[in-house]
Each structure stands twice: as C-alpha cells, then as structure tokens.
Design a protein around this ligand. Structure first.
Ligand code: ATP
Length: 135
C-alpha cells in the first residue's frame, strides 16, 4: 500500500468541486487517511512547488495556490500515486487529460487544473511531511 498527497486547489474549492473530487477518490476505492481545508501560507506554497522555482510560471503558481482555501488530503491504497494521477488526469486538461478524469471532464487550463497529486514515492513522502507533519 502507498500514500499520496491530494490537493483540491483554490479553483476547485471556489467551483464547489470538493464533493466531486472526494466522490471520485472514494469510487476509485482509495482511502482518505487525513483531510483538511486550509489557506496556504506563501512559505508552504514555495516549499511545495520548490521544483518549479525559477520557471516562468512560478510566481503565478504561488499567487494561485495562495489565493483561497485548499483542500489537502492524504490518500492511501495499492499504487495510490499512479491511481490518483489516473483519476486526476494529465497536467494539461485539454492536451493530456483524458475524458473521464477530473481534469479531462472539468478543467480547461493548465494554470487552473483543479487538483494536485504527488508524482513519485519520494515526492509523496516529502509533500505529506510538509502538509501533515503530525502523520
Ligand atoms: P500537480 O503538481 O499540481 O499535480 P502536475 O504534477 O500534473 O501538477 P507539474 O508539472 O508538477 O504538473 O506542474 C505543477 C503545476 O504547475 C501544474 O499542476 C500547473 O498548475 C502548474 N503548471 C505547470 N506547467 C505550467 C505552465 N506551463 N503554465 C502554467 N502553469 C503550469
């Protein structure tokens, strides 16, 4: 079994898609281990997206993720990292995400693609420690 960090980003909370996302996690068969609605401090945002520091979209990414409440969750199950990325769909909601995925069905732009998921066991470990230090 494996754990991954899931975020419903500010666009998803604003659009009232939290229930939709939780429903898809549950229907996939994944377990929710921890869940918290919170406003993200700039410091946490910068650490979370550290790998993108220096890229042209870095500052707009920080603006966006700190612009409103985010739902953060730790999700668990067999191959949870890949399973959640399948449920979420590819980063670009039109070019990469397939119909049936959250992004494929519900998003239009890469800069507002509704959800996040850890991309590897190392990222999951790092991100879960960052967002849920008590776990
Ligand atoms: P996430 O980490 O949010 O799950 P991802 O792993 O699918 O996304 P990454 O390449 O890690 O994709 O990019 C992280 C986030 O940065 C994307 O979800 C998106 O919101 C934003 N992003 C990535 N590339 C671009 C871009 N070219 N323009 C604008 N925003 C981008």
């Amino acid at each position: 079994t494996e754990r991954t960090l899931v975020l419903v980003k500010p666009d998803g909370v604003e659009r009232k898609l939290v229930g939709e996302v939780i429903s898809r996690i549950e229907r996939k068969g994944l377990d929710i281990v921890a869940m918290d609605l919170r406003t993200v401090e700039r410091d946490l945002a910068a650490q979370h997206y550290a790998e993108h520091d220096g890229k042209p979209f870095f500052s707009s990414l920080l603006e966006f993720i700190t612009s409103g409440p985010v739902l953060a969750a730790v999700v668990e199950g067999p191959r949870a990292i890949a399973a959640w990325r399948q449920v979420a769909g590819g980063t670009d909601p039109v070019e990469k995400a397939t119909p049936g995925s959250i992004r494929g069905d519900l998003a239009l732009e890469t800069g507002s693609n509704l959800v996040h998921g850890s991309d590897s066991p190392e990222s999951a470990d790092r991100e879960i420690k960052l967002w849920f230090p008590s776990l």
